[in-house]
Design a protein around this ligand. Sequence first.
Ligand SMILES: Cc1cc2nc3c(=O)[nH]c(=O)nc-3n(C[C@H](O)[C@H](O)[C@H](O)COP(=O)(O)O)c2cc1C
Ligand SMILES: CC(C)CC(=O)C(=O)O
Length: 409
Amino acid sequence: MAHSTEHDLNCLTIAELEKIARDRMDKQTRDYYNEGADSGSTLAENQSAYNKYRIRPRVLRDVSRIDTSVPIFGQRNAIPMGVAPTAMQRLAHSEGEIATARACAKAGIVMGLSSFSTTTLEDVAEASGHNANVLQLYLFEEKQHSIELIERAKKAGYKAVLLTVDTPYLGRRNLEIRNQFKLPAHLKIANFAENPDDMEEIENESGDSQGSQQAKKIRRRRASSVGYQNGERRVAPTGPITFHSHAPNPLLSWEDSIPWLKEVAHPMEVWVKGIATGEDALLAIHHKVDGIVVSNHGGRQLNGALATLDALPEVVEAVNKRVPVHVDGGIRHGTDIFKALALGADFCWIGRPVLWGLAYKGEEGVALALRLLSDEFRLCMSLAGVTRVSDISKEYLVKMNRDGFVSKL
Ligand SMILES: Cc1cc2nc3c(=O)[nH]c(=O)nc-3n(C[C@H](O)[C@H](O)[C@H](O)COP(=O)(O)O)c2cc1C
Ligand SMILES: CC(C)CC(=O)C(=O)O
């Protein structure tokens, strides 16, 4: 990808994009997208952790040719960055996940799709053409729903599933509670038929007993809609699939999730998203995952947890290159990607900046967010004297102590 010379003079940084997007979202959406759990300290530290590191640039090296690309999920990804799965993107823009998929495909950047998207995974795959997609999964208590979703993902050409493992319960998001967050009536959680219209569609389209059986099952599920909230076990989720009721699953354990998922998802890769310690990284390897994403869900789950950049080194050390280690959370500049890679990450994922791009200008806004980060990363590599991503190492980083002294890593 050539260094871009096109500028949007209203928006030259992700920080500016965040500000512009603020005013373009309704209050419910803005609060849902932007907030973290409880006081939001982990959300803030995900970002500020990057300020504890400084880059040690090397000079007088020929940097006229820079290759920012990396191999991942069977494609050459333009830079070591993907779009993290975030739910319900049509809240930000009417084209939602389709706009994101098109922008990713044009930029050659992998897209992670949330199970709780407002567009079906098939439509997203179609909008992506040959670009790689991965599907984020919440494993439901009713395994059949998960099996159906996984089979559909395989058929649609998804390369991997990212099992989110940091949501036995949903974190406490106070604004979401105060706003009584609800998906507006014109939107739906598209991967799961859950309203009367959908049931009719299933019956009409299939015209067979399988379709009407599925509709019956859905009707039965609608009988109760109580799920898990606020860390408290309530009634098992039997109502329609909503994120409040079905995303959290406190019953999951290593033994009964990963081996099962590996079998069902084959030949797609199985990754775990939401690892924050060396101990769990070792367990993930023991259970033969294909990769690990160090994540605290963008500070939306356990507030008070370590910033992801601070958790990264112990995971990298425990993994010792046996599987790839990715990281997300608080990445707002191309230099952040460089720092994460210097600390041992193989790849980064970004969440909210893409949502802000969507809110700003749909596909064009997502393209802008991706371009800003890509251009900054490329320039950072050039100015640090690195021409290949695989050469980024801890030699290029120092950590600032509280008293301002630097220490080599
Ligand atoms: C509005 C929103 C919705 C999200 N939805 C999901 C989701 O459905 N599944 C999931 O695993 N992670 C979800 N995440 C977490 C992201 O995948 C990612 O871990 C996080 O956003 C990264 O932090 P960042 O936003 O600071 O880049 C969501 C994050 C946000 C902000
Ligand atoms: C629970 C999900 C559907 C969305 C999510 O992960 C989030 O809001 O952080």
